[in-house]
Design a protein. Structure first.
Length: 170
């Protein structure tokens, strides 16, 4: 029995290594690792707000210091660029009711970044697999005891470059 234990462990580790893939690989995103860009926003095609409004998208604006804001909007940089550029800035977003819109901090290792957004009754855990101009995102919602609520969801967030107006938190 003891002779087969190292062989069994080795085979298990090999099979886990072969089947493990990042979200970027799963969704066939560019192989080239990317960096979070500060010259625009990444659009999550869903809302992170607790009321689950279907007509809102979450836009992530990342800053070079490793922080980001989440801006929920019905408009996008493509549909109403002036409105979006004015409203999706640190001063405007951080003045909205917490905890929905404020700056959050990323923990990054390689091209994988993670963040936690705390709500009064739950927490949302985000994992970003950053590729060139696109992010594969995993969203997990946990209750106050740390147990998973609902299903883990995965999204692809595309980058939209924006020329920010003066005073928009650059």
């Amino acid at each position: 029995m003891n002779k087969f234990m190292p062989l069994t462990i080795g085979l298990v580790m090999l099979s886990l290594g072969l089947s493990a893939q990042t979200l970027g690989e799963k969704y066939q995103l560019p192989e080239e690792p990317g960096e979070l860009r500060a010259d625009g926003v990444y659009q999550l095609p869903a809302s992170l707000l607790p009321d689950k409004k279907d007509d809102l998208n979450a836009f992530f604006r990342f800053y070079p210091d490793g922080t980001f804001i989440v801006y929920h909007s019905r408009v996008s940089p493509k549909t109403k660029p002036e409105v979006f550029q004015t409203n999706c800035n640190f001063q405007y977003v951080s003045s909205a009711p917490a905890p929905f819109n404020k700056d959050y901090t990323l923990k990054t290792s390689g091209n994988i970044s993670r963040a936690r957004i705390a709500y009064p009754d739950k927490a949302v855990l985000l994992e970003f697999d950053v590729r060139k101009d696109v992010i594969a995102t995993t969203v997990r919602t946990l209750d106050l005891d740390g147990k998973l609520i609902g299903q883990t969801t995965q999204y692809v967030m595309h980058f939209q470059q924006i020329t920010w107006p003066a005073g928009s938190g650059n």
